[in-house]
Design a protein around this ligand. Structure first.
Ligand code: SF4
Length: 361
């Protein structure tokens, strides 16, 4: 990791977290930039806004010239990590080349993928490009249940993609990303065991939420997925069991944070501060920058530099975000997850120690 940029990031984070201030410390470091490369997807997951023939999305890619222009500007914002999402980011053809250029510029890269397009050659391409980490979506250890939740994807392809990545992209750190809904909350412990069985030692749980882009999903669909207060006893019991298993198997998870924060968010209690617009920003496929997908500004990267967009007043809006009490996509979780992916120890023994250390903390 680039030492100068890392020190600037730590300095910014300490100033922001330490002061409790909202507006007086505009950070000069955009630590993590998440880019939505495309709205195209080869799946129709029930949890996603693209599901069930959603007509509000047209197929659109981030213009390639914009992607290349970004690379040269990320040095000015001292960015440490760029995350790529979609749609399915691997449908964006220039992605391996972009990753390669960012690696050359000492900027870490992360993709969030359904892994259906990862065969041996794609795994090799990503490994050679220097991809730092990949989060692979999987919502259930049982193939049939997973494939019905993540319609259009195959559990078996995820398993083979993991194997290809482990062979061809040995330096890319892998994790599984599970969206927790009312329908799979009792499978969390099994997911820990499953992750371990395929050699993955990081499982991130993302409770289904209805803010950010999900608010355009019809409420009838969203309601059947959302975790309600009456689901909490079963969910918490499963989280405790999964936590014990993760500690014994050395699988890192975000369960310790969920155990306290999930009930808080369901009851709408003010909790962690959101770092959107402070250390992390989101760019959509048209080049609009915002603190998060739910807080996009009107200005575009086509007419402004990245640094100017990062310093725009729209980033301050996140300081007073009305969604915060119920938002479960606060970039605090996202940031700590992404940073731990790129900075976590590689050896199994150290990871086990780190998992326990994080729990004690
Ligand atoms: S709490 Fe943060 S991540 Fe959530 S909607 Fe508000 S600004 Fe976005």
């Amino acid at each position: 990791m680039h030492l100068g940029r890392l020190l600037k990031t730590i300095n910014c984070g300490m100033r922001y977290l330490g002061t409790g201030a909202k507006n007086e410390h505009r950070p000069e470091v955009l630590t993590v930039l998440v880019i939505k490369l495309t709205t195209r997807c080869n799946a129709r997951c029930t949890i996603c806004t693209l599901a069930n023939g959603n007509k509000t999305y047209s197929h659109q890619d981030l213009p390639q010239e914009m992607a290349h222009k970004l690379i040269s500007q990320l040095q000015k914002t001292n960015t440490l990590l760029v995350g790529f999402t979609g749609g399915e980011p691997l449908l964006y053809e220039p992605l391996p080349e972009i990753i390669r250029k960012l690696t050359t510029a000492h900027i870490h890269t992360h993709i969030c993928t359904n892994a259906q397009l990862i065969d041996r050659s794609m795994a090799r391409l990503l490994g050679q490009a220097g991809l730092t980490s990949a989060s692979i979506s999987l919502d259930h250890p049982h193939p049939d249940i997973n494939d019905s939740i993540r319609a259009g994807t195959k559990h078996s392809r995820v398993v083979s993609a993991v194997s290809y990545m482990q062979q061809e992209a040995k330096n890319t750190r892998l994790s599984l990303g599970m969206t927790v809904t009312r329908h799979n909350l009792s499978a969390i412990e099994q997911m820990v065991g499953f992750a371990n069985s395929i050699g993955i030692n990081y499982l991130k749980l993302q409770p289904y939420h209805t803010n950010l882009e999900q608010h355009i999903k019809p409420s009838t669909q969203a309601d059947s997925l959302c975790i309600r207060d009456k689901d909490l006893p079963v969910l918490l019991e499963n989280l405790h069991l999964a936590n014990s298993l993760s500690l014994s198997q050395g699988v890192m998870t975000n369960i310790p944070m969920l155990l306290t924060e999930l009930p808080n968010s369901i009851y709408g209690i003010r909790r962690l501060r959101c770092l959107a617009g402070r250390m992390i920003a989101f760019m959509d496929q048209t080049g609009r920058l915002g603190a998060c997908p739910g807080m996009l500004g009107d200005k575009k990267f086509t007419d402004n530099s990245l640094l100017d967009l990062w310093n725009d007043s729209v980033m301050e809006a996140a300081s007073n975000c009305p969604q915060l009490p119920r938002c479960f996509d606060t970039t605090y979780g996202e940031l700590s997850y992404l940073m731990s992916l790129v900075s976590r120890p590689r050896s199994r023994m150290l990871q086990q120690f780190w998992t326990r250390f994080k729990t004690w903390g």
